[in-house]
Design a protein around this ligand. Structure first.
Ligand code: ZN
Length: 349
């Protein structure tokens, strides 16, 4: 009997039994369901988008993996096997013409995407499809309830890619496609996308600017690349009010950024009540990043993660998928991602 119970409930049962004098019988009658854990998309295939000594480097994957191993988080994470996104899935956000442009640019050996400042290598098209597919695989697991949440260590990043043009190191907009996929494939209604990358998520904003089913929030340095994301960019048509931009000057840190989350985003989330939360998790908003001048520290990212996890628990059954965007300091990227992932793994609110 005991072995059967252990097999079903594992360590949770043992902890609970030791902590209380609850009888075996009453516990067995009211079991606590095993809590689904945190998933991780992390695959060596993402290193094949290799454009030489660029800041958006394959080495980013290595330092993240090493930090998750070094912090002893890896054994408790559930690996999610990425797949290739289909052309139909890319078309959920991008035009057929843009998809063909990417295919042609890579196929004919262009070193740079013809629509913008994004370097290409031999395998960039396949890796970009796998980056999208990794996030879609994570959405499948989280929406089905097999995992509570997930972190996707994918590259190239996506949030600058508009429906018709890649730019800013981004080829396909991983998170925007994931939102559309969750809606079309899983019938999720309302989705919150939080973008804390130091750069404005202009591509994601463009994808949902007139849409009332996606609440998009971006906190970013301004003036800075790509120059968009002013406070008066709030959406249009049915989407009016569903885009919230928080442009902040260089040097902004905990006080300024948390104020935007607490004073502007929190009330909007209370009204909107998202069924799924997606994070454009750019860590170039951490202090000491070579491509940004924000001053967040690792504990700030843990605190932001906890805030979003609480919101996900309140209205979306805890469903949350976090997707890597920027973050270019190879010395600090691993530890800050580990702090983020460790917070995703915590139990409770
Ligand atoms: Zn960035």
């Amino acid at each position: 009997m005991l072995q059967r119970i252990y097999a079903r409930y594992g360590a949770r049962f043992k902890l609970r039994y030791n902590a209380t004098d609850i009888s075996w019988e009453s516990y067995v009658q009211e079991p606590v369901s095993p809590s689904p854990g945190t998933g991780l998309v992390c695959d060596a295939f993402y290193t094949l988008h290799d454009t030489g000594g660029h800041a958006e480097s394959p080495l980013r994957m290595g330092v993240i993996e090493q930090a998750l191993i070094g912090e002893a988080l890896m054994p408790a994470l559930t690996p999610i096997t990425p797949r290739d996104a289909t052309p139909q899935e890319i078309r959920l956000v991008h035009s057929a013409q843009y998809l063909q442009t990417v295919r042609n640019d890579v196929h004919f050996g262009s070193g740079e995407l013809s629509t913008g400042d994004t370097l290409l290598s031999e395998y960039s098209f396949e890796v970009a499809l796998r980056a999208v597919g990794g996030v879609l695989a994570a959405v499948d697991e989280v929406v089905a309830g097999r995992l509570r949440n997930a972190f996707c260590a994918v590259r190239p990043p996506g949030h600058h890619a508009t429906p018709v043009a890649g730019m800013g190191f981004c080829i396909f907009n991983n998170i925007a496609i994931a939102a559309r996929y969750a809606q079309s494939h899983h019938k999720i209604g309302k989705i919150l996308i939080v973008d804390w990358d130091v750069h404005h998520g202009n591509g994601t904003q463009d994808a949902f600017y007139d849409d009332d089913s996606v609440l998009f929030f971006s906190v970013h340095q301004h003036p800075w690349y790509p120059g968009s994301g002013l406070r008066n960019e709030t959406g249009t048509g049915r989407g009016l009010g569903n885009t919230i931009n928080a442009p902040l000057p260089a040097g902004s840190g905990h006080r300024e950024i948390f104020s935007e989350f607490e004073m502007r985003l929190a009330p909007a989330v209370q009204r909107f009540r998202p069924e799924l939360i997606l994070i454009s998790a750019g860590f170039d908003s951490r202090i000491d990043d070579p491509l940004g001048r924000f001053e967040l520290v690792d504990s700030d990212f843990a605190e932001l993660t906890r805030m979003l996890r609480t919101w996900a628990n309140e209205s979306g059954n805890g469903r949350l998928v976090s997707v890597l965007e920027g973050g270019y300091n190879l010395r600090t990227l691993g530890p800050v991602v580990a702090a983020h992932v460790q917070t995703l793994m915590e139990n409770g609110c």
